[in-house]
Design a protein around this ligand. Structure first.
Ligand code: NCD
Length: 361
């Protein structure tokens, strides 16, 4: 049963003791999200609505007048981009998304120049941002920190929306949503995402994009997932348990080549060695068999798509980039539109965009 209490009415330990799906409900309201923290917040209907809104924004932005309409939507609002882990794509994508909907942006990307070097806690830093900004977009190495701050600010009486732009090796919900949007668009003429097989390849144990995307995909009908990784980097049990309870069939293997022909989508990832317990620990694992090479294009189905959240190392040969099935550059650009849609939704501007689109595009 859904808990009808507000986030400000529940203690932290009690919240953490809940099942993740019940926890997720605390960050939504009846029409959408109040924060974007975890993939479990998104139903299939909501993913469809966000995809549609992203497409409307993309189309509206093509005309100067439309771009101006979008820029007036949130011109009184300010956002803080608090990124204490390296980022180029996600940071720039959010920054551009904010600009599309007219939001002003501030940033802290290096704690060495913030008051954290004076001994200030992260919690106090984020609470400080909430005094000046109307939204906080954060990427941190601390799993669950964005959720913790959403809870803390609700209790502090400054419940500004928080967007998780990557937390620990745990979740990356906005990347997963842009991946879903890319799949929706790629399979538009083939019955959508239902019935499709996704092959995930690489460091599935510590790849937060894979974990969030597997969760979102499990909301679709008749999907199948194949997890291809060396034993030491294979997907964690919590994701497999989630798939079993959603009745999603899956396979685990370390033989990438045998999976290529079966795939509707292949999702490549890099080794996330920043999470090694001892530096270089995963350096000895042979990952050469977990990369997509030009010769694999011959085996890949003509309707399939090849994805990567980027950055890439050697997982996909650059010679593959020219192939129309290599959608990773498009996937990246899709992220900007999806993030603009999410931000507009957080501030209740969804209907205004749909109305403008209906009247003008
Ligand atoms: C990913 C991340 O940070 O988790 N990058 C991204 O946001 N597109 C993937 C990665 O770093 O490998």
């Amino acid at each position: 049963m859904t808990d009808s209490r507000a986030l400000s009415d529940i203690g932290w330990d009690e919240l953490q003791a809940l099942d993740i799906a019940d926890r997720a409900a605390f960050f939504n309201h009846s029409d959408g999200e109040h924060h974007v923290l975890m993939a479990q917040q998104f139903s299939r209907e909501r993913m469809d609505a966000i995809g549609h809104l992203a497409t409307c924004i993309r189309q509206i932005a093509k005309e100067e007048e439309g771009a101006r309409f979008l820029q007036h939507l949130l011109w009184t609002k300010r956002t803080m981009l608090y990124f204490t882990q390296p980022s180029s794509r996600t940071f720039l994508s959010f920054s551009s998304a904010c600009r599309i909907v007219g939001m002003d942006r501030g940033e802290v990307r290096d704690i060495a120049i913030s008051s954290e070097v004076k001994g200030e806690t992260r919690e106090d830093s984020v609470r400080t941002f909430s005094s000046y900004y109307d939204m906080i977009i954060m990427r941190t190495e601390i799993g669950g920190f964005a959720e913790r701050m959403a809870w803390l600010l609700a209790h502090a009486g400054r419940p500004v929306p928080i967007i998780n732009a990557g937390s620990g090796s745990d979740q990356h919900p906005t990347q997963a949503l842009l991946d879903i949007y890319t799949l929706q668009r790629s399979f538009e003429k083939r019955g959508g995402i239902d019935g499709k097989s996704t092959v995930f390849v690489g460091d599935l144990m510590r790849g937060r994009t894979v974990r969030s995307l597997a969760q979102l995909l499990s909301a679709y009908d008749d999907v199948r997932m194949i997890f291809v990784a060396p034993d030491k980097l294979q997907i964690r049990e919590d994701i497999l348990a989630m798939l079993r309870s959603a009745n999603v069939p899956y396979e685990l293997t370390d033989d990438f080549e045998s999976t290529i022909a079966q795939a509707d989508a292949i999702y490549m990832t890099r080794v996330q060695d920043e999470w090694d317990n001892t530096p270089g620990e995963t350096g000895s694992i042979d990952i050469s068999r977990f990369s997509f090479r030009e010769e694999h294009l011959r085996v890949l189905s003509p309707d399939a798509v090849l994805m990567h959240p980027f950055p890439r190392r050697h997982e996909i040969e650059p010679q593959v980039d020219h192939d129309p099935r290599a959608v990773y550059w498009r996937q990246m650009r899709n992220g900007m539109w999806v993030r603009a849609a999410l931000i507009a939704g957080l501030f209740g501007r969804e209907q205004a965009i749909l109305d403008y689109h209906d009247a003008n595009v």
